[in-house]
Design a protein around this ligand. Structure first.
Ligand code: FMN
Length: 206
């Protein structure tokens, strides 16, 4: 699959089949994630893979309670409050696996690095016919001492991206995008120019 196609096809999947994801497939996703660029090639990411159903349920319950208690921006809207109060609302939508990308070091750019790894992982999931969704709602509680302990992370760790992984039960709806706001500075290349070496590009030096 072409990268551009994977980018277009990736959706936040919120409905999963209960089928578990083979460990070899999870490893493929993590390998793809680890090919992300990182500042000074520090690769400051740590992957925690949770497939234990009881723990997924527990994280969901505790994260919802934490959001309601702390009343962050998201959970203070009526819509989200109702959702979080609903005992049937599972934060992970029944996904059989959660990959939590965290960083053990709070170095400059480690959050950016982990986010790039997260995007690689979600795009690789498309290629492997898997669905994914970054669950920001789980970040708050997972970054508490209890949350870190539950995942076996050190006290200095920062949880950046909890990502559900599983086989989609149904096709996720296409969510529209705003037209990108772009400022062009400089002379725009003509439509005919292409990558170096293509017939339209200027001759290269011998
Ligand atoms: C940082 C971040 C946090 C998110 N948190 C949640 C979440 O807690 N629950 C959820 O269902 N989706 C969450 N999403 C998914 C977004 O809602 C989704 O990407 C967006 O609506 C666009 O839809 P699309 O990914 O299908 O194009 C999150 C996405 C990002 C990048």
């Amino acid at each position: 699959m072409e990268v551009l196609e994977a980018i277009r096809r990736r959706r936040a999947v919120r409905d999963y089949l209960p089928n578990s994801v083979p460990v070899a497939t999870l490893r493929q996703l993590i390998t793809a994630a680890s090919w992300a660029p990182s500042a000074m090639n520090q690769q400051p990411w740590h992957f925690t893979v949770v497939t234990e159903r009881a723990m997924l349920d527990d994280i969901s319950v505790r994260s919802k309670a934490w959001l309601l208690k702390t009343a962050s921006d998201m959970s203070s809207s009526d819509h989200f409050r109702d959702m979080l109060r609903d005992p049937h609302f599972h934060l992970f939508y029944g996904a059989p696996a959660l990959v939590v990308i965290s960083t053990p070091v709070s170095a400059q750019w480690s959050v950016e690095d982990c986010s790039l790894a997260a995007q690689n992982l979600m795009l690789a999931a498309v290629d492997l016919h898997l669905g994914s969704c970054w669950i920001g709602f789980a970040q708050g509680w997972l970054n508490t001492p209890e949350g870190r302990e539950c995942l076996g992370l050190s006290a200095s760790s920062c949880v950046v991206a909890p990502i559900t992984i599983g086989y989609p039960r149904s096709e996720a709806p296409l969510v529209s995008r705003k037209a990108p706001i772009v400022t062009w500075i400089g002379v725009l290349p003509s439509a005919e120019s292409g990558p170096p070496g293509s017939s339209n590009s200027p001759p290269s030096h011998p």
